[in-house]
Design a protein around this ligand. Structure first.
Ligand code: BG6
Ligand code: MG
Length: 229
């Protein structure tokens, strides 16, 4: 069995359920603009940046086209204010089931751990969860030129440690994130519904099913099928 050298975790919807908080904050902003969004539409917002999310919401209403950039910035900030209000309540109890044992095992195995999240609030959320110190690297999304589904955030993490992409495992709850991991040539683990995450190399329905040995087994099997990875 070959062990991966680096695990790269997404944050929102993988480590904690902040994907729900992002949804609630966008829903509130959208309602203020007279737009209704549902959970299905929200799948398209997962993994992408704040500004890109706003653009997708504004695109739903023809009357809102051509909005000046300053106004868009104000709306994005407003959403972030709603979101920051929601994350004030986060404590270590909000770590999703299965995540702490997986992180513990990764550390025990001497494997590197990085965070590849599009969220500028990620360091604050990790601090609140008490997990900040466990991460060897938090990729700064402000320094990433192309967001998910571009592989850049994942390749940046691997490049930082000079680890080959084929030795990396990425864990994601968004379709954009899984595409990014796959395009990086890394092993993708999807957490969530098979409808949305069908491109994952390995998929589990929820975080409680994230098991280190099983992931490593699947990672090795994928390498047998595709030795060049
Ligand atoms: C991603 C979330 O992790 O971060 C998106 O999946 C969110 O929903 C994006 O929009 C940006 O987050 P933030 O905190 O910088 O607005
Ligand atoms: Mg996510």
């Amino acid at each position: 069995m070959t062990k991966p050298k680096l695990f790269i975790f997404d944050l929102d919807g993988v480590i904690t359920d902040t994907a729900e908080f992002h949804f609630l904050a966008w829903k509130q902003l959208a309602e203020e603009l007279g737009i209704t969004i549902d959970r299905r539409f929200n799948e398209e917002l997962k993994g992408i940046s704040r500004m890109e999310s706003l653009e997708k919401i504004l695109a739903l209403d023809p009357a809102l086209q051509g909005m000046p950039l300053e106004e868009k910035k104000r709306l994005a900030e407003k959403k972030n204010d709603h979101y920051k209000e929601l994350i004030r309540t986060i404590t270590p109890d909000h770590i999703l089931p299965g995540v702490e044992p997986l992180i513990k095992r990764i550390k025990e195995e001497g494997i590197l751990l990085a965070l590849g999240s599009a969220s500028k609030n990620a360091p604050a959320v990790l601090q609140r969860l008490g997990l900040y110190e466990d991460f060897d690297l938090i990729v700064d999304p402000a320094k990433v030129k192309k967001g998910k589904p571009d592989p850049e955030i994942f390749t940046k993490a691997a490049d930082h440690f000079r680890v080959p992409y084929s030795a990396c495992v990425g864990v994601e709850d968004s379709a954009a994130g899984i595409e990014a991991i796959n395009r990086a040539g890394m092993f993708s683990v999807g957490v969530g519904s098979a409808d949305v995450l069908s491109a994952s190399a390995y998929i589990v329905p929820d975080t409680s099913r994230l098991d280190f040995d099983r992931i490593v087994e699947k990672f090795n099997r994928a390498r047998e099928v595709e030795p060049s990875r």
